[in-house]
Design a protein around this ligand. Structure first.
Ligand code: WTA
Length: 649
């Protein structure tokens, strides 16, 4: 982010004090901060004890071998039991767990008793197919209840799920299935998106045909009703396999550090990293933060997080956090504007949603479409609004509060990452006086700092790099199969402080303003994409000699992918620049997924490089954003950038 935009951000003067009536009923209170400050580990132990333990833990944290933390390690629990059976046994089996809404308008209401029964049967089904503790199961599903059932069934067996976002390509599935060495894949014959059925099973078929793995079975949920290829012996229909499975399943306790899931996320190299999370600490922080950040009253609230299960927000705030807390929630299969632009608001009105959690990119696109669309619906049930995934600009924040929240609801801007597992920085509704644009304060029990390059605290009214200074329960336990990369990526810059990869600024009150990534990771519509990964995809095409990718700021999506490519003179001699750009945009979508498709691809003759051969992406970003070109003195040839600018304009 440029200096001017930081300045304008920090001149944001609007403040919203909590409403005393809200505070009087609030789940969170200021004493949480005091308790955590007085005894951080005791505080987390107390939060962990809100879960059901098959065997209680006696040690809260073992940090004798940093950065490898063990939380509650001598305790045993079953994550699925905590999300399901526990609520049924407490007499809440009739409470709705999921109000599921399909894109075409079909819907299902599933109670905790019903969800528990489905998961028990699914656990038996998976066990029948040979899945046991520690085995990896890949899940490639649309936003249908079976996605939640699959994740919990895997967790119930002490196995490890790896959910692959339904928008990823066959090639991305292959890489993930191979890296995790998955034994089984759960997919569907299709799902609904933008009024059409998009296929999924064929991508899995293509991935497995190319993969060197040991996938034994593919279980296929019927949703899209379209034709699928079938491999006898390997493929099974979900409904057939479920019908054959026993209904009863007793949940066994597993060690707190038993792995729960791997979730791949983009880093600074071409290869996505498999972020590993374990059970006890993860569930403790996901459920605690879900309760206090959203002021959850499970008996009366209807909660809706719009994230897809393929992302970490879907894991922590659509599956594990809310279900561990016995919340009633909405799950929606499709896109916000199908079949009409008011679909989300219609869903809020239909189910009386009280707590709503979404991303700034969605808010900005609704702002653009006009307030009359949401204002045509009754949104008065809403009482808490949350934002996640990227910095929320003050204008979007205020619009969210005014138009969606009727000018009264608290808005919480929550900062966290796939790696942190759960919310780390956020206001607490009823406690914090909020500031549009700032994520504000670390959660109780979380210690963060902002440092300069040398590791010195920057002080107030200064910017630097965000770090987490003490281990936290839901921290990643590693990168699957790559302990060195784990150390190197997060723990080498500032020793035993976790380096998040985000820039941050502390204001005069000491509140935190997040300023975006400081590495080669882009944030497009709240989705993490790596410049290197897209560059690798581009150069894998025969007509491309060299490629450079930058994240250019975009009004709606936050950042957009813009690529600059040099073509191979021989291979590309009959291809026009326009054709090449079209061809390559499609190629990236096929290699990674539609979310990575560049907004623009410019064919150029040369790329700006330093004398040591490094591409100066900073200058390319200036070009892509139509700004004046910055300092070019370190370039080998400073005329290159002028030629590029001329080509682009
Ligand atoms: C960014 C998503 C500013 C940040 C939960 C982080 C944010 C990356 C915020 C993680 C926020 C997430 N304000 N930036 N409230 N929330 N980010 O792993 O750059 O998909 O490092 O996790 O998103 O993205 P991830």
């Amino acid at each position: 982010m440029s200096t001017t935009s930081i300045d304008s951000l920090l001149h944001e003067e609007r403040r919203f004090a909590p409403d005393p009536a809200f505070t009087a009923q609030a789940v969170a209170g200021p004493e949480l901060y005091e308790q955590a400050r007085a005894d951080r580990l005791g505080f987390w132990a107390e939060q962990a004890r809100a879960l059901h333990w098959h065997r209680p833990f006696t040690e809260t944290l073992d940090w004798s071998n940093p950065p490898f933390a063990r939380w509650f390690h001598d305790g045993e629990l079953n994550v699925a039991y905590n999300c399901l059976d526990r609520h049924v046994e407490a007499g809440n089996g009739d409470r709705v767990a999921l109000h599921w809404e399909g894109e075409p308008g079909d819907s299902r209401t599933i109670t905790y008793a019903e969800l528990t029964a489905e998961v028990k049967r699914a656990a038996n089904m998976l066990a029948n197919l040979g899945v046991g503790q520690g085995d990896r199961v890949a899940i490639y599903l649309p936003m249908i209840p079976e996605a939640v059932v699959s994740m919990l069934a895997v967790a119930r067996l002490g196995a490890i799920h790896s959910v692959v976002f339904g928008g990823f390509s066959a090639e991305s599935i292959r890489a993930r299935v191979e890296d995790a060495d998955a034994k089984l894949v759960i997919t569907a014959d299709g799902g609904w998106r933008k009024g059409r059925v998009f296929p999924l099973k064929n991508a899995v078929d293509a991935a497995l045909a190319a993969a060197e793995t040991s996938v034994e079975h593919v279980v296929v949920v019927r949703r899209g009703e379209n034709e699928v290829e079938w491999e006898e012996g390997r493929d099974l229909w979900w409904h057939d396999a479920m019908a054959q499975a026993e209904p009863e399943h007793e949940a066994q306790g597993f060690e707190a550090e038993n792995p729960l899931f791997i979730l791949y996320t983009s880093g600074t190299t071409g290869k996505p990293k498999g972020i590993l999370h374990t059970s006890g600490g993860y569930l403790t922080q996901a459920s605690f933060t879900h309760r206090v950040v959203f002021d959850l009253k499970p008996e009366t609230d209807v909660y809706w997080c719009t994230a897809d299960v393929g992302w970490v927000t879907g894991h922590s705030y659509m599956v594990y956090g809310p279900l561990a807390n016995g919340a009633t929630q909405v799950m929606y299969e499709g896109t916000p504007d199908t079949p009409h632009p008011g679909r989300w608001w219609e869903i809020i009105q239909k189910y009386g949603v009280t707590i709503f959690y979404t991303a700034p990119t969605a808010i900005r696109s609704f702002m653009k479409a006009g307030r009359e669309i949401p204002l045509a619906y009754d949104l008065s049930s809403l009482r808490v609004l949350g934002s996640v995934g990227e910095p929320i600009n003050p204008e979007a924040w205020v619009w969210y509060r005014e138009i969606i929240g009727g000018g009264t609801t608290p808005v919480v801007d929550t900062w966290w990452q796939t790696e942190t597992g759960a919310i780390m920085i956020s206001a607490l509704p009823g406690v914090t006086t909020t500031k549009p644009g700032s994520a504000q304060v670390p959660m109780p029990g979380i210690s963060i700092d902002v440092l300069d390059e040398d590791g010195t605290h920057v002080g107030k009214e200064a910017g630097g790099l965000l770090v987490v200074t003490e281990p936290w329960p839901s921290m990643l336990r590693g990168i699957w199969g790559d302990p060195e990369r784990f150390q190197e990526t997060y723990w080498s810059k500032f020793g035993d402080k976790y380096f998040a990869g985000d820039g941050a600024h502390l204001d005069a009150d000491g509140d935190v303003w997040l300023l975006g990534r400081v590495d080669d990771v882009m944030n497009v519509s709240g989705h993490r994409l790596s410049t290197m990964e897209i560059e690798s995809a581009l150069v894998s095409h025969p007509i491309v000699a060299e490629a450079a990718v930058v994240g250019a700021s975009d009004e709606t999506t936050g950042q957009a992918v813009v690529a600059f490519v040099i073509l191979r003179s021989k291979k590309a001699k009959d291809v026009s620049a326009t054709e090449a750009s079209q061809l390559l945009r499609a190629h990236v979508a096929e290699q990674i997924g539609a979310i990575a498709r560049p907004r623009e691809i410019f064919v150029v003759a040369e790329l700006p490089k330093t004398r040591s051969g490094k591409i100066m992406r900073r200058l390319l970003r200036d070009v892509a954003e139509g700004r004046e070109i910055g300092d070019t003195t370190t370039l080998t040839d400073s005329t290159v950038i002028n030629v590029i600018t001329d080509t682009v304009r």
